[in-house]
Design a protein. Sequence first.
Length: 300
Amino acid sequence: MALVDAVPFPVFEAAVRVAGEALHYKDSLKQIMRNSGVSDNGYARYSDLSKYQIFRNVWDDLNNDGSRGRTVQRNLIDSLANLDGPHSKAPDPAAGRRAIDDLCRLATQAKLLVDPEDLARQKRRSAAAAVAQQVSAKRDELNSLNQTFRALHAEPDKQRRGYALEKLLTALFRLEELEYHGSYKTETDQIDGALTLDAFTYLIEARWRKAPAADADLGGLAHKVERRIDATRGLFISMAGFRKEAVDLFRLSRDNRLVLVDGADLQWILDGRMDLSEALREKVRAASIQGEPFLSLLTL
């Protein structure tokens, strides 16, 4: 644990006065101590004493507890200095008010208290910095995936290129924080993967071939989707695109549950022009509103 500086003696004495003069019931002091990190046993052994004596004795015990004890002491100072005011039944409310003011002044001078506005500004700055760091890290990772994708166009080994595409898509889905399941087999199907977006599960078919995907290719994925519940859709990723007659066939089908992505779409996403999640939503909107199974992102 990091070292914590001791509380200056004048601040401690001012805190003793607040405990004795601004509080009325011992239970109030007990609650403040508990909230600050003092154990019930730490308080109970002195509970028969006055509020002043309870505070002094507990403080002495905390002195023997190293950095943890000094941290609790600072919590006590913060709690007492931030009281709204003395208890209405305090022995001398005016003296209690002065005691709280003195503690605030001394604790502020000792830099034990943080101004609420300064603290709020620090939190806003920290939050903004964290968001900026997250955005920068995501941009760097997306750029790395983009470089990998561009390099794959020169890969002569088709099988190796196909495996690399599957790994790249897996990394992209996880970068977008989508719930993703890698390739798997059932008794009747071989599935390249599955992801969840907006309460729908998308079965994935990913291909990198020279020829555009034909109606038989799309029909194969559509058949797998049809065997699942209605909340299942198909995501067909074809680097070479799709034959026009295949797209037309599914455009005329009111039972279509496929979303189509080609190589240009994927490049558009990897270039950072549109998040994958929003790209899929745009394609789903086009399929739902216009009956268009293949919306090219380049037209948006």
